[in-house]
Ligand binder design. Structure first.
Ligand code: ARG
Length: 566
């Protein structure tokens, strides 16, 4: 951004202070009174040049004044230089934003980023909490791809473990001879819940379940085909929900895949003396005192492997197969310690590792209801999605006079699911989330319906103008206050995409889109667009068109959809 200003500033600093600066960063300022963009270069150079930051800033400002494209310059605070650009220069910069709306070609020379997300344990329906990892992960996939990074989106399903022994036992006993594949996920869940209830009265069931899982591990034909049936049934039903959320994976290789890939890791770890004998013949990794990490269990005394063992085997497999530059694990805060241990253990094995990162998120609860049913089972995601759509229908009905649509069913689906997803992604993921239906479905405020409504409003202006691809005018002598604000918010888009991606923070993008909606609506409410004189009309239509494109691009990166009409 603002390349011409960077070059100009570099030149000035070189001539005035003899300072060699390779890159003067201008960040766009979207707050009133700070100009269109601002640099802190004076603060950065102060020590090196042995001068006061304000002195450097003043000199820089003085020389920038009168430069082509510059309307006004001010020094602020401890030594910031704020610049107001001329309308012509702003117009030229808008092309950068326009370009940022199309995906960049993928950079094939660097390895992909693997994003591990959603990861449900199968054989039960998705609970509402699953939506967090699912949409945060999908948004991060979208952002990386859009910015030209190759991505492997990975649904690491929990399709292995002792729970399958329990389920098989329950199915044998109470499944009434019905084939697995004929069971709905709810029925499978019921069997599982029943197992736990009965096992409390009859602990011998636990032994039976353990034996069943052991048989499954050894490859028992009947149990194997039972397990395959469960996996197939689950995947089919998950697919429908993912579709509704616009979520797509590149692979869903799950835990079972690593069954035959753990032994070699265990051998390697023992040989390198990273895995050592712990209590009762177990294998553990012990970390240095300073790390404060507790021992990490990789094999139980009876030889059984664990979640951790599979994750280690998986890191090895991912490195060998994909040569990734990074692996992001989008998993809730409950596993924070676990991932610290996992990454530390992988490092101890002396593997050449990609960047390993736990993209952590907090817990979610509803303002007005519990996250689980009275029976103690989790609230189902499917039901919550349906509730969102029902509530969206009510909002549409309430605003019949202002909302126009030719497809109410589609709009309600888009608004309802969008409200749920946006309600999550617009919050800082590190914080716990209190989910409030009223807030997320409001037509005003930082919500999906507001975003969708604003997009539809912009599109409606463009339809009425009959304008196709309005091209930006080359020049304009002045800008009104609301035009200028809209301009500078639009200018910020490329940088926001980059920031949201590098910090893995979808809410930075969501909050930006909200600011853009506000700036657009403020502009729309005061400036005539269709009735303006020819030049103004053309300028305002291009601002409107670019706003619509940015809103749509941004919304889709957040996994939302926006309507043409509303
Ligand atoms: N299925 C796991 C769970 O529900 C989450 C998996 C996270 N990913 C990973 N590679 N460990 O707890």
């Amino acid at each position: 951004m603002f390349e011409f200003l960077s070059e100009r500033a570099q030149d000035i600093l070189q001539r005035t202070f003899g300072a060699q600066v390779s890159d003067v960063q201008w960040v766009y300022a979207d707050q009133k009174g700070f100009g269109d963009c601002s640099t802190s270069i004076a603060l950065q150079l102060a020590k090196k040049l042995n001068r006061k930051p304000t002195e450097i800033a003043e000199k820089l400002a003085e020389k920038l004044r009168g430069s082509a494209g510059v309307e006004r310059v001010e020094v602020a605070g401890a030594g910031y230089v704020n610049v107001w650009l001329t309308p012509a220069a702003l117009l030229a910069e808008l092309h950068v934003t326009e370009k940022a709306c199309t995906p960049q070609p993928v950079r094939k020379e660097e390895g992909p980023v693997i994003i591990d997300y959603s990861q449900p344990n199968i054989a039960k329906p998705l609970g509402v909490h699953h939506i967090l990892s699912t949409v945060i992960g999908q948004c991060l996939c979208n952002l990386h791809r859009h910015l030209g990074t190759a991505v492997v989106g990975w649904n690491y399903i929990g399709d292995w473990g002792t729970q399958f022994g329990k389920l098989a036992t329950a199915w044998e006993k109470w499944g009434k001879g019905k084939p697995v594949e004929k069971h709905t996920l709810d029925e499978l869940l019921e069997l599982y819940v029943r197992f736990h209830a009965e096992a409390e009265k009859n602990p011998a069931l636990e032994d039976e379940a353990r034996a069943a899982f052991l048989k499954l591990e050894k490859g028992d034909r009947k149990l194997r085909s039972f397990w395959e049936g469960v996996v197939r049934a689950t995947k089919a039903s998950l697919g429908a929900i993912y579709e509704r959320l616009h979520v797509h994976f590149d692979t869903d290789i799950g835990e079972s895949f690593y069954e035959d890939k753990m032994q070699s890791i265990l051998e390697e770890g023992k040989k390198k003396q990273v895995f050592v004998k712990g209590e009762e013949g177990a294998l553990v990794v012990l970390f240095e005192e300073e790390s404060k990490l507790p021992p990490f269990l990789v094999q139980k005394g009876d030889g059984a492997t664990l979640y951790a063992t599979r994750d280690l085997a998986q890191i090895r497999y991912r490195i060998d197969t994909f040569h990734p530059q990074a692996i992001l694990y989008v998993v809730d805060v409950a596993q924070q310690l676990y991932f610290r241990q996992l990454f530390a253990a992988a490092k101890r094995l002396d593997w050449e590792l990609p960047q390993l990162e736990h993209v952590v998120f907090g817990r979610m609860r509803f303002a007005e209801k519990a996250m689980s049913t009275r029976k103690g089972t989790a609230l189902k995601l499917e039901h919550v999605l349906d509730e969102a759509v029902t509530r969206a229908k009510e909002v549409i009905a309430e605003h019949r006079d202002s909302i126009q649509t030719d497809d109410e069913v589609a709009l309600a689906e888009m608004m309802g699911t969008g409200a749920l997803v946006y309600g999550i992604l617009s919050q800082n993921r590190r914080m716990d989330l209190v989910f409030d239906w009223k807030k997320v479905l409001a037509l005003e405020g930082n919500s999906a319906p507001y975003l969708q409504y604003t997009h539809a409003r912009a599109r409606s202006v463009l339809r009425k103008a009959g304008a196709k691809d309005e091209t930006l005018p080359k020049d304009t002598s002045s800008l009104t206050a609301s035009e200028r604000v809209l301009f500078s918010v639009l200018l910020g888009f490329p940088e926001v995409l980059q920031e949201a991606c590098t910090h893995r923070m979808p809410h930075m993008l969501a909050n930006y889109l909200y600011r853009l909606c506000q700036a657009f609506n403020a502009f729309y409410n005061v400036e005539p667009i269709l009735k303006a004189s020819k030049d103004l009309r053309s300028l305002r239509l291009s601002l409107t068109s670019l706003t619509a494109t940015v809103l749509k691009t941004g919304a889709e990166l957040l996994t939302l959809r926006v309507p043409e009409r509303m």
